[in-house]
Design a protein around this ligand. Sequence first.
Ligand code: KG4
Ligand code: ZN
Length: 384
Amino acid sequence: MVILSIETSCDETAVSIVEAKGSQKKPSFKLLGNALFSQAKLHAKYGGVYPNLAKREHIKNIPLLFKVALQEAGLYKKRTSKISKNSEVGVRKILVREPELADFLIKFGKSVKKAKIDLIAVTNGPGLEPALWVGVNFARALGVLWNVSVTPINHMEGHFVSVLFNGPKFFRFPALALLISGGHTELVLSKKILQYKIIGETRDDAVGEAYDKVARMLSLPYPGGPHIAKLAEKIRKTKKVSKYSLPRPMLNTANYDFSFSGLKTAVLYTLKKEKNTTKRVKEEIAFEFENAVTETLIKKTKKAIEEFKPKSLVVSGGVISNVHLRKSFEKLANSYPEISLFIPEKNLSTDNSVMIAVAGFIRSKSNKIRKNNNIRASGTLSLS
Ligand code: KG4
Ligand code: ZN
């Protein structure tokens, strides 16, 4: 089947067209078209993502990305056609708050041949609600225009299953997942495909958020993760010690929860004490910060491995682009030969729409497509 997927939960607008084949346990995927635009540079000026600015940008960019993805897949064919009055009214009704998108889709429907798409999958949460609505409404209106089903997908489920895209391994259960992104830090236990139990999560900042906030304190651009990693790498490659020592919050608690806000505040105090924030000072702080984060994530994951004895370990989400973290999780998994480790390649770890298509296919093969004519975006949607 061919799936068109849409992701607009944060500051990436993305549209993919994925051909998916095989069974639920042996899926195979081929990327036919993929278009992604990151607004990070725009938000960088403000040091974080502004929901309404993100929404405006998604509205501006989604028509173009949609066209590019179709063109790449060879599914963009000019042809004058009629669209029924009913479809036109339906499209306008769904996109009442985004009239520019309604105009685009109606004009598009009249001039481009309907593409052979079997399912539209769209992220409906968690994320920034105004941003999510753009993708959801665009997907629903496209569903009406083309008469194709639309299924909502949880963004965190997308991160979880993103590791299946390149195959050929499939999860063995129970599977334990550590999902680390700009908005989330969650340890999830899955006993069966598409079944989730959150066993631990952050009580305050997400790991990616801590990276971004610390980066801001060090006058580094948004998103901060890669910049901190680069500074830390300098020390990691040379003397391997920092003169600073930062806390590892909740490292030894009896649960699987995390807390990163104390660590961030500790960086702030350290910087206040240092009168002269030289490059070396920044590098040593970044190194110690990254070590504190890594130690915490590894220790909690190890504790969960010991208790739940998973057969698969998934580490996914934007923060796992971090090379040191990747190596640390590879090392951890090496000490458990019975566990297979799943880490997505870099392009699939940060936000993308390919993972949303993967989730759509796994859902459709499990007869768990959430058919809902009234899909709603929810900023706080949790895995269930
Ligand atoms: O999954 P993602 O793209 O978006 C959300 O769903 O939030 O994750 C983005 C987060 C940002 O906080 C960014 O700073 C962090 O991932 N990140 C990194 C690295 N690359 C991206 N954090 C640490 N090291 C990196 N190399
Ligand atoms: Zn994400």
